[in-house]
Design a protein around this ligand. Structure first.
Ligand SMILES: [Zn+2]
Length: 91
């Protein structure tokens, strides 16, 4: 269920209906404190979402205002990548 909620967050971000607050609004981070037993870690073998599409999102964030409504096409694509990633590990 947390996978679903976590991927839902990214779909909402891609639609401009939500913003990324990092671990503060990630259902997986909230459940798996310090990445312990987080399914993302099992997938990437790295903590803090490194090795997942979230890394690209964070990189992009440095040079772009990702918050709605100033939302660029790249940011939307990166949000959808994270959505797909979380969806794929939840299945
Ligand atoms: Zn951008």
């Amino acid at each position: 269920m947390n996978y679903k909620k976590a991927s839902d967050k990214w779909m909402a971000i891609a639609r401009g209906e939500d913003v990324d607050k990092g671990s503060l609004n990630c259902p997986l981070c909230l459940k798996h404190v310090l990445c312990l037993d987080c399914p993302v870690v099992f997938e990437t073998n790295q903590v803090s979402c490194k090795g997942s599409p979230y890394e690209d999102w964070q990189e992009h964030k440095k040079s772009c205002n990702l918050y709605f409504p100033d939302f660029c096409e790249d940011a939307q694509r990166l949000a959808l990548n994270e959505w797909l990633f979380l969806k794929s590990i939840g299945e």
